[in-house]
Design a binder for this molecule. Structure first.
Ligand code: SF4
Length: 236
């Protein structure tokens, strides 16, 4: 179970699933041939606050998270991050951004690549907020401005964490990059320093991840409803 700014430690172990295949992180059977041997995280143990972070460091991270405009940061172990093939299916079928943006599939890391790089981290932060956006389903300046704000605050926090000593910090904003009115994909990216794969583009099931942390997820059924906003920050 994740806690607000409480960091756990990770132990590694291996499991063999049915048919002798390697069982994926989060207890899911990958079903993929030639599955790479991933270190498995024991998510059954409670996170320990003794992850080498001083109370001063925790307070400083909390301050930076708020300063960037996020409402809350939930610390979680990367073994608690749920990845699923259906997320990529939703990108491929039903999203107009597919194949048009450097931060979306197929340019974004595959499900397999995501599982591999997640295995190289122990702790992440889920950066949460709430928003209303009547322009959500429209291509409008207001919508783009909001997307850019969320994108930049994630990348900015990543830089601050890097400078704080978390050299592996890597931010995954949500939705797709809207820094340019029209992404230059497959041409050269105009702002490569800001380029990150979005969290959904990496086949991460954010809503299930949030639910498993004991939080409820509110979806906006009407354009005037508020909804959850999120970014993921891989920390160390
Ligand atoms: S910065 Fe521009 S070119 Fe680069 S990914 Fe974002 S929208 Fe595309």
């Amino acid at each position: 179970m994740g806690k607000e700014m409480d960091f756990g430690h990770e132990e590694t172990f291996r499991k063999t699933g049915r048919n002798g295949t390697e069982v994926c992180r989060c207890g899911q059977d990958s079903g993929e041939p030639n599955m790479v041997d991933l270190p498995m995280s024991d998510c059954s143990s409670e996170p320990s606050p003794s992850a080498g972070l001083s109370p001063e460091a925790l307070a400083e991270i909390n301050r930076m998270v708020k300063e960037q405009g996020f409402q809350e940061a939930l610390a979680l172990r990367t073994c608690e991050i749920v990845t699923a093939r259906w997320v990529g299916l939703k990108c491929r079928y039903g999203c107009a951004n597919y194949g048009t943006n450097w931060c979306c599939p197929p340019a974004a890391p595959s499900l397999q690549a995501t599982r591999e790089f997640l295995s190289e981290y122990s702790i992440a932060l889920l950066l949460l907020g709430r928003a209303t956006n009547e322009h959500f389903y429209r291509n409008s300046t207001v919508k783009r401005r909001r997307q850019i704000r969320q994108w930049k605050r994630t990348v900015s926090l990543e830089r601050k964490l890097f400078l704080m000593g978390y050299y592996k910090a890597f931010g995954l904003p949500s939705e797709s990059c809207a820094l340019c009115k029209k992404c230059s994909y497959p041409g050269r990216c105009k702002f490569p320093n800001e380029k990150r794969p979005s969290v959904e583009a990496c086949s991460i099931d954010v809503l299930e991840t949030i639910k498993r942390l004991g939080r409820s997820v509110e979806l906006a059924a009407n354009v005037k409803d508020s909804y959850n906003t999120f970014s993921l920050m891989l920390l160390f």
